[in-house]
Design a protein around this ligand. Structure first.
Ligand SMILES: Nc1ncnc2c1ncn2[C@@H]1O[C@H](COP(=O)(O)OP(=O)(O)OP(=O)(O)O)[C@@H](O)[C@H]1O
Ligand SMILES: [Mg+2]
Length: 322
């Protein structure tokens, strides 16, 4: 195992269980870091592998205007690796510009104050965007050689450039999700705390096993995140049941159902940027707390392999200073 390889597929074939919200907030919080909470900033690539393109819109990115997307990378018959940053990726400046322009459109005539500009700025986050064009990929890939491992090939050179690569997947177990599971070494499963939460879980676990056997023996379960939790009997019963079945694979943090989380995409920025993680802002607080658990699990894993947990980003900075 390469202890620095952290490619996490955020997957569940069940629709609307907060895959995108979790992938977007996790990627942003890990990139931002929070020294007070013991999360050091990391260099993060978020891959939007859903034709809905919701991860891209979460930052206010205009999907129609995209010149190149993850679709082009998957369809590349030459098997080229991702040309880092240059052609395919939205870098921190472009993401920040997109978030700030959503604010400007909603506040016509007002000046974007320095403090708000800081809120709507990311430094260490890159995005491989997607749009509706990707919806053709499932069918188009079906007859192509290497159809299951195209994302893996495309991302090969990015592995050494990023501390985390987080992949948002569509709500199906089709070829796109298989590409994500073939490229990743970890799976994070968001589970909505509602009735039927575990429905489909055995199918998902079987798919993961199949991928492990046939395509990617390095794939492992990173954790289960309980989402849209409400303090009522139903939510409590479901989360107890999930914990009973999956035990310490379930993160302690439960993401509450919160209007602020649902409204964030409208403001064109993830909740972890928009709201400070305080008791008053439970949505932001929960995603920061989940990010801390993720970052701690990574540190633990690395220690187990006898490596220092210093992130590559920090190493880059140290190199620059020298
Ligand atoms: N904790 C939450 N509280 C309230 N609303 C939420 C929460 N998390 C997500 N939502 C909202 O629920 C909807 C589904 O969330 P999201 O898009 O993240 O799920 P998904 O699993 O990616 O969906 P899909 O399967 O369509 O890709 C969105 O409108 C989102 O804003
Ligand atoms: Mg989604």
């Amino acid at each position: 195992m390469d202890p620095y390889k952290m490619i996490i597929a955020c997957t569940n074939q069940k629709g609307g269980c907060a895959k995108t919200t979790t992938a977007v907030n996790l990627a942003t919080a890990l990139a931002e870091g929070n020294p007070k909470r013991g999360i050091e900033p990391a260099k993060v690539l978020l891959v939007d592998l859903d034709p809905q393109g919701s991860a891209s819109t979460s930052f206010g990115i205009e999907k129609r205007d995209l010149e190149r997307t993850v679709y082009d990378l998957l369809m590349n018959d030459l098997g080229e690796e991702l040309p880092i940053i240059e052609d395919y990726l939205f870098g921190p400046e472009m993401i920040s510009d997109a978030m700030q322009s959503v604010w400007k459109q909603a506040n016509i005539g007002k000046d974007l104050k320095e403090s708000q500009k800081k809120v709507l700025t990311v430094e260490n986050l890159w995005l491989l965007p997607s749009n509706i064009q990707l919806s053709g990929a499932e069918i188009e890939l079906a007859t192509r050689i290497g159809r299951e491992t195209r994302l893996k090939e495309g991302l090969a050179s990015a592995i050494h450039e990023f501390d985390y690569i987080i992949i948002d997947t569509p709500p199906s177990l089709g070829l796109l999700t298989i590409n994500a599971l073939a490229a990743a070494n970890w799976v994070l499963i968001p589970v909505q705390t509602e009735w039927y939460a575990l429905e489909g879980m055995s199918q998902l676990m079987n798919s993961i096993k199949l991928i492990q056997r046939r395509i990617n023996p390095h794939l492992k379960l990173f954790g289960i995140a309980l989402t849209m939790y409400q303090n009522n009997t139903l939510s409590n019963t479901v989360s107890k049941e999930v914990r009973h079945h999956l035990q310490d694979q379930v993160f302690n943090t439960m993401i509450p159902r919160a209007t602020s989380i649902a409204a964030a995409p409208m403001e064109g920025a993830p909740i972890v940027l928009l709201k400070k993680p305080t008791k008053k802002n439970k949505g932001s607080q929960a995603y920061w707390s989940l990010s801390k658990e993720v970052s701690d699990r990574v540190k633990q894993l690395r220690r187990k392999h006898g490596v220092n947990e210093t992130s590559k980003l920090k190493l880059h900075r140290l190199n620059q200073i020298e």
